[in-house]
Design a protein around this ligand. Structure first.
Ligand SMILES: NC(=O)c1ccc[n+]([C@@H]2O[C@H](COP(=O)([O-])OP(=O)(O)OC[C@H]3O[C@@H](n4cnc5c(N)ncnc54)[C@H](OP(=O)(O)O)[C@@H]3O)[C@@H](O)[C@H]2O)c1
Length: 222
């Protein structure tokens, strides 16, 4: 049975990805940081683990729990936007956004990538088009943009380390999605975004270098 790992699956896009992979008959391993969310994921039929991606012991613990797993798809979804203003950046906001969106990826991707190589599978991160350097048209959300650009850099390096061993690495833009982060005015329902992300991941040809894709499969420039 094909196996998917979704990191950060308590709500929003991550939760919908779990729902859709389960409905499609996949075995799903999912993580959340709150006990009630872990219980809810287990009740849906996922193998649920606790993980705050900023907790280094918990990250190492997940590595032990998943030892020997072979993953067809692994998706690092957990992320935060940070402050909704572009004024003077506070150290606490910087630390929260960078630790969640970047440092966690630097720790988790090397642990997960070998499990993806075992199936010559897909290793995805939920980035954002806001992280693109070459397609940037406005500066709002500067801290979030910097974090997703750095996440893309981490993914490119992950592909340089693990691409030849079989992991196809992809940075994904989910569209502007109606979630807690995207807000009620966003373009897309979460069901449509998750379905597009799954189809894009599924349709990706094997690649030794990282690729950057919109939820509908269109290429995005780094
Ligand atoms: N929505 C959009 O329009 C949009 C656009 C571009 C990119 N994205 C990206 O897509 C991903 C999912 O976004 P979303 O819209 O679904 O956001 P969301 O509704 O705000 O959900 C964020 C998810 O990340 C988890 N998370 C945050 N910090 C965490 C931590 N320290 N440890 C573990 N989990 C953590 C949250 O868990 P808790 O419930 O425990 O907080 C939640 O499951 C994010 O990476 C986001 O940057 C979203």
């Amino acid at each position: 049975m094909a196996t998917a790992l979704i990191i950060g699956a308590s709500r929003g896009i991550g939760l919908e990805l779990v729902r859709q992979y389960l409905a499609d008959g996949w075995r799903v391993i999912a993580t959340a940081r709150k006990a009630e969310d872990i219980d809810a994921l287990a009740a849906m039929g996922a193998e649920a683990h606790g993980l705050d991606v900023t907790n280094v012991e918990a990250v190492a613990g997940l590595g032990w729990k998943l030892d020997g797993e072979e993953l067809n798809v692994a998706i690092l979804n957990a992320g935060v936007y940070g402050p909704r203003h572009d004024g003077f950046p506070l150290q606490t906001d910087f630390d929260t956004v960078m630790h969640t969106n970047v440092l966690a990826a630097m720790r988790l991707l090397p642990i997960i990538a070998p499990m993806v190589c075992a199936t010559r599978g897909k290793l995805a991160v939920l980035s954002s088009k806001m992280g693109s350097l070459s397609e940037r048209g406005n500066p709002t959300g500067s801290l979030y943009r910097a974090s997703k650009a750095a996440l893309n850099s981490v993914l490119i390096d992950t592909a340089l380390s693990f691409g030849k061993q079989g992991a196809t690495c992809v940075a994904l833009h989910p569209g502007w999605v109606r979630t807690d982060m995207g807000g009620g005015d966003a373009d897309l329902p979460v069901e449509q975004s998750a379905a597009g992300l799954r189809a894009t991941i599924n349709g990706l040809p094997a690649s030794e270098v990282a690729v950057y894709r919109n939820y509908d499969g269109a290429e995005i420039g780094w």
